[in-house]
Design a protein around this ligand. Structure first.
Ligand code: CA
Length: 379
């Protein structure tokens, strides 16, 4: 269900001073893919290295793996990331919301080895007749003043300019496209017919939750996602280690070239890649960095980690704050997203770095946002 909170994606209509022009109304309903936006907070000084050894639980998986899932042993690990600036492929963002690095303890759980695919999501829709948020036309009563012709179903699509531009205004490469939805990821002329093993995109948070419930699973907490993505390594920059391209190999689907106009596709893909194209981490998970962002169940706040650093003991199974707050867009309700996407580059958004955090307005899909699910073992 679309609810009043979800419809806050339209709040940026006022915040950005777009006025009532019909031409811009569609853009105003965007909840920007804000994880791409640079931080509004001043960079903090680079902290001392603060990762303590990861200590996975030794107990083996309690049962054979559910189809397509990997056992994540949990245990204790240090969550967050150091200031990545100055590191190779570290980008130019201090990532202050991913600090302080702090200790977390989790039980073991199962996690999907890959992002949820179009094939899997289609099975869910066939079984349930579920209609995603992007397929529902906005209601006039929810958006007073919007021209009726603009109350059309659609979603947000990466629309790069043909020439190099300043990276200060990300409206230059995002557009609200009527008819864009999970079956038509970049607009009504696009199709998933030949992309059934690509990650499903254009799914809002509630869509991901609905799929997970149907599948008997749930979305991961942010802590579960990071524990899993780290693959048992301690404080590594990437899910596979500290080198972006070990032996020259591409390990994730990211962006090469001068973002956003030039896409040199050196990693093999201009856009989405079939899930599992790139190597798995030590826990058997593919594409935790790159390809598509992945929804997590936690509300987003930039200060989520502050309390964990002062605790005498590891924070046990953190569920995130009770509500969201993003000082960049205070009126919008946001959940955490993790891992970055095929659009991530050190020039703008280096959130393929495993400890970094993203955030997404809950009713907004995009053609670089997907998800994967987790499942707790039966007790
Ligand atoms: Ca991913």
């Amino acid at each position: 269900m679309l609810n009043s909170q979800g419809r806050l994606r339209f709040a940026s209509y006022a915040l950005l001073g777009c006025g009532a022009a019909a031409l811009t109304w569609g853009l105003c309903r965007l909840a920007l893919p804000p994880a791409m936006a640079p931080s509004a907070r001043p960079p903090t000084a680079a902290p001392a290295f603060n990762f303590q050894p990861t200590v996975p639980h030794a107990a083996p998986a309690p049962s054979p793996a559910p189809d397509g899932m990997a056992w994540i042993p949990g245990g204790e690990f240090s969550m967050g990331c150091d200031d990545p600036r100055g590191k190779p492929f570290g980008g130019n963002n201090a990532m202050p919301d991913a600090r302080p690095v702090h200790r977390v303890a989790l039980d073991g759980f199962w996690m999907d080895r890959t992002e949820v695919t179009n094939r899997q999501f289609a099975a869910f829709v066939t079984a349930t007749s579920y209609v995603t948020v992007a397929e529902r036309a906005p209601k006039a009563e929810d958006f007073p003043g919007a021209p009726p012709e603009n109350l059309v179903a659609g979603s947000i699509v990466f629309t790069p300019p043909a020439h190099s531009i300043s990276l200060e205004n990300h409206y230059q490469w995002w557009a609200y496209v009527p008819g864009a939805d999970w079956r038509h990821p970049t607009g009504p002329q696009s199709s998933i017919e030949d992309a059934l093993d690509h990650p499903v995109v254009q799914v809002a948070y509630d869509d991901a939750v609905a799929y997970a419930q149907w599948a008997g699973k749930r979305l991961p907490t942010e802590a579960e996602w990071e524990c899993a993505a780290r693959g048992g390594l301690t404080g590594a920059v990437y899910p596979w280690g500290n080198e972006f391209r070990p032996g020259g190999r591409w390990m994730a689907n990211t962006w090469q070239g001068a973002f956003p106009a030039q896409n040199t596709t050196e990693d093999g893909y201009a856009g989405l890649a079939p899930v599992g194209t790139y190597p798995a981490n030590a826990y058997g998970l593919h594409d935790v960095s790159g390809n598509v962002w992945e929804w997590c169940s936690d509300w987003y706040r930039p200060d989520t980690y502050v309390g964990g650093a002062t605790a005498a003991q590891p924070v046990i199974d953190p569920q995130g704050p009770s509500s969201s707050y993003d000082p960049q867009e205070p009126g919008q309700a946001k959940r955490v997203m993790r891992g970055g996407s095929f659009l991530c580059t050190e020039q703008y958004c280096s959130r393929y770095i495993v400890g970094t955090r993203g955030k997404g307005e809950i009713s907004s899909g995009c053609n670089h946002i997907g998800f994967r699910c987790v499942q707790s073992p039966a007790r």
